[in-house]
Design a protein around this ligand. Sequence first.
Ligand SMILES: *Cc1c(COP(=O)(O)O)cnc(C)c1O
Length: 224
Amino acid sequence: MKVAENLQTINETIAKACEQSNRSPEEIKIIAVTKYVSIERAKEALDSGIVDLGENREEGLTAKWEALQDKPTWHFIGSLQTRKVKNIIDKVDYIHSLDRLSLATEINKRANKKIKCLVQVNVSGEESKHGLAPEEVMSFIDELKQYSNIEIAGLMTMAPFTEDKNFLRQCFSKLKNIQLDIQRLELKNAPCTELSMGMSNDYAIAIEEGATMVRIGTALVGEE
Ligand SMILES: *Cc1c(COP(=O)(O)O)cnc(C)c1O
């Protein structure tokens, strides 16, 4: 399938989810996750009108970045080892996977400009998932106050692999509530307006529950 055709289907689904929840499709940014696909396919996504690309590994990001430079807006969405920060920091606009203080310290030290970061939250409590526990988020953000190169743009979560739509909905809604609590504080270092949640299988539910960024790989660009 052409990316443009997939994008049309996704835009229709987004429109429906927005109608359900009284939102405007303009509030939602589609991040094309290109980790499984070639540089050519990533280019095709950009030609179809996609602006934001997401990669989850240093190697993948570097390869795509060398070909596309700063044409797209770059999102790093995977778990990030501290020692790899220096290799990606000048290439990315957003880091979605901030989940520990040592990582924040390294980002702050290596960055040459303010980096928009999203705090990754493990809403479902699954042991396999990275991210802070919901009750840890507020104090974590407070600890980042002195990090002048980090702006907390929002929160991110990976939903559990489940068919249970109610459970997914609960997870997304819980993250939305945490995000609102933080946004209301109007912290200088944490506008916290973004909610990065929803992937190929669950982005409609995520949007109904408040997602502003959906990270879509398989359903948009495919898997190879
Ligand atoms: C791979 C990946 C996605 C996209 O997954 P799909 O199911 O292919 O849409 C989204 N977010 C993260 C963090 C990923 O690693």
